[in-house]
Design a protein around this ligand. Structure first.
Ligand code: DC
Length: 646
């Protein structure tokens, strides 16, 4: 599985221009396709969900032309799709599936609508029931009440008001409303049950109005589309920035200091999720707003927990669940039952992953309660994202507490393909100083002293390979048995406490420093799966306030983002001599020519292996210590560090 390892974050500030809103993008595309005339859609969101809609419209014979820079020209078909028979694949895009179902069922034609497996678990029965009341011919091809669907031509006869349930997903009402102008007659829709996610209906009504259809509304109960309503292209439409996507950056500012500004949505937005800013303000964050921007800063005394009805901001409210990790007190998010029928069961998923971090979570049918802990633990297996873009984005916030592994991070492509690049551009992570070099070059002593001078933690990555070799030897696993050694590396029960290294709770002392373990470490370090198993163990050291790591691949593989990379070396003779003195001082017997030969052999193996070979990276600075004292070498690294962190 692909993963992304995030270092611990120290702060967040800056400006992000948001990608287009998913909800508005897909509504605008469909209405532009149904309208009379051509529409130029600007700032369209480039994502999986909008790609599914564009592909579907093309398959239906609608003229779709990319104009570049997220602008598209849509040739409206005046309510009649040119292709009357088609099979459409809509992925996991609810904002494409529901409205297209309604439009195609009422427009007439023979269509099959399918999606990914999860789409087939998301209910659509309430919408189908509404369409059937109008005479539409819809059959379930799988389970009753769920996609895939088969739509066939039928005579549509609007009689009286259509009843549709509004308490499972507001997208059913949205789909129906957007399709009704195709009938050309007056039709009323009565909502049964309490309508949820009302702000999404507001987006629907505002977008329909932009295309010339005004829906009459009586409270949130009855909606009427009048005879003679027709969609007409407004010419050019600019899609607002995505207010749900804004939530992650506002939260970053509220947790990580700020000011963090998002551009593309603000006070004048038609998206309900801008109200997320109010929820954040209720947690104490300082919020400022302009017509099309918002900005968040952390409050003086830290964030406070809230108890909030989140029905009006179902998507953005997920961001509150991980923000709650940084708030004083117990946060309760209420009235969020719709989370259970989204990309995944979001209540269950959120609860499971928050618990992995150590938070205390109570989960109800329609609520979530989060109690933060002072020290969050980073699960070695990573945070799972359930093919849900919002899970991945929400959990990126947890990196303020601990370095973190996010599994399948590319799921963000559903709505925000370059989320993590933007995230990196406005956050500052705990810095790493990477010191690589051959055995006995003195990098360990230099790295440890630099760490002490800076008040950073220190990672002796070679020790992990030595411990793996030792643990394999104790378990009688051969150093050449890759799977066996990798399993040991993955399970290594190791703790670094000050200068001591504990294996299975017992200090190993010099048992990992013998020549035999040096050779063993070099052998197991050449095994790719062993290196993989030790990767995240090393990355969790990338915590506040900073880290000095020494090894062979600190700068190339483990911490490629290091602020300073040093390749620290010395001639083989000098290194053999240093090692000799070290061993003699510790009371071991040693032979200089043998040491030199062993060292050369290990250099050869470490630099010739196929994975993460020892070599000076192009961006690493060379420090030859053959003629330097440790103090001189430390001074040089500290000078370089000061320069790099300026
Ligand atoms: O730095 P050291 O001598 O303690 O390292 C022991 C062995 O582990 C060495 O032969 C190479 C390997 N190693 C590695 O491959 N990658 C690292 N980052 C650190 C050590």
């Amino acid at each position: 599985m692909e993963f992304l390892d995030l270092p611990q974050l120290l702060s967040a500030a800056g400006t992000v221009r948001l990608p287009g809103s998913k909800s508005i993008s897909n509504r605008v595309l469909l209405l532009a396709a149904l309208a009379d005339g051509e529409t130029e859609v600007r700032d369209l969101l480039a994502s999986d969900d909008t790609s599914r809609m564009l592909e579907a419209l093309q398959a239906l014979g609608v003229g779709v032309t990319a104009l570049g820079q997220e602008a598209w020209l849509i040739k409206g078909c005046g309510g009649k799709f040119p292709v009357r028979q088609a099979e459409l694949f809509l992925g996991n895009a609810g904002t494409a599936f529901r409205p297209l179902t309604a439009a195609l069922a009422l427009a007439g034609g023979d269509y099959v609508l399918k999606g990914v497996a999860r789409m087939h678990e998301r209910p659509i029965g309430d919408l189908v029931d509404g369409l059937r009341q109008l005479g539409a011919d819809v059959t379930y091809l799988g389970n009753e009440g769920y996609p895939p669907l088969h739509l066939k031509p039928a005579s549509i006869r609007p009689e009286g008001a259509v009843k549709v349930r509004g308490d499972v997903s507001s997208q059913f009402l949205t789909g129906l409303l957007m399709a009704l102008p195709l009938l050309g007659e007056t039709v009323a829709v009565d909502v049964v049950g309490e309508l949820i996610s009302k702000p999404y209906i507001e987006i629907t009504l505002a977008t329909m109005a932009r295309f010339g259809v005004v829906v009459e509304r009586e409270g949130w109960q009855r909606f009427t589309v009048r005879a003679g309503s027709r969609y007409v292209s407004p010419g050019t439409v600019y899609v607002e920035g995505d207010a749900s996507s804004a939530s992650y950056f506002l939260a970053l500012g509220a947790i990580g200091g700020g000011p963090l500004r998002v551009e593309g949505v603000g006070r004048d937005s038609i998206q309900g999720d801008v109200k997320f800013a109010e929820a954040l303000a209720a947690m104490g964050a300082e919020i400022e707003m302009g017509p099309n921007w918002m900005e968040a800063r952390a409050p003086q005394g830290g964030l406070l927990a809230v108890d909030l009805d989140c029905n009006h901001i179902p998507d953005a409210a997920m961001t509150l669940a991980t923000t709650a990790l940084f708030a004083k007190g117990v946060t309760t998010l209420r009235n969020i039952a719709s989370w259970r029928v989204k990309e995944t069961d979001r209540i269950a998923a959120m609860a499971a992953e928050l618990r992995k971090l150590g938070a205390e979570v109570e989960e109800g049918e329609d609520y979530l309660r989060v109690t933060p802990v002072t020290r969050l633990a980073s699960p070695p297996e990573g945070i799972d994202t359930y093919d849900d873009h919002r899970m991945a984005m929400c959990f990126s916030l947890a990196a303020f507490a601990t370095p973190l592994r996010i599994n399948d991070p590319k799921c963000v492509a559903k709505t925000f393909p370059d989320y993590f690049e933007r995230f990196a551009s406005v956050t500052r992570a705990a810095p790493v100083i990477a010191i690589d070099g051959p055995s006995a070059s003195g990098k360990g002593s230099v790295a440890a002293r630099v760490a002490t001078e800076l008040g950073f933690s220190y990672l002796d990555s070679g020790a992990l390979y030595r411990l793996t070799a030792l643990a394999a030897r104790r378990a009688e696993v051969d150093w050449a048995d890759e799977a066996g050694v990798a399993a040991i590396a993955a399970e290594l029960d190791v703790e670094f406490i000050g200068e001591d290294i504990l294996l299975g709770g017992i200090a190993v002392g010099d048992a990992i420093r013998t020549e035999e373990m040096s050779a063993g470490a070099s052998k197991v370090a050449a095994l790719p799966t062993v290196r993989e198993a030790l990767l995240f163990r090393q990355r969790v050291f990338n915590a506040a306030p900073g880290l000095v790591g020494d090894g062979r691949d600190m700068g190339s593989v483990v911490f490629p983002q290091a602020v300073l990379k040093v390749f620290l070396t010395a001639s083989a003779e000098v290194r053999a001599d240093r090692r000799y003195k070290q061993l003699i001082n510790k009371g071991f017997s040693a032979n200089l020519p043998d040491l030199l030969a062993d060292l050369r052999q290990r250099d050869e193996r470490d630099s010739q292996r196929s994975v993460a070979p020892l070599r000076q990276e192009a961006d690493a600075r060379l420090l030859d210590t053959s003629a330097l004292t440790i103090e001189e070498a430390v001074r040089q690294v500290l000078d370089w560090t000061a320069e790099a962190m300026k």
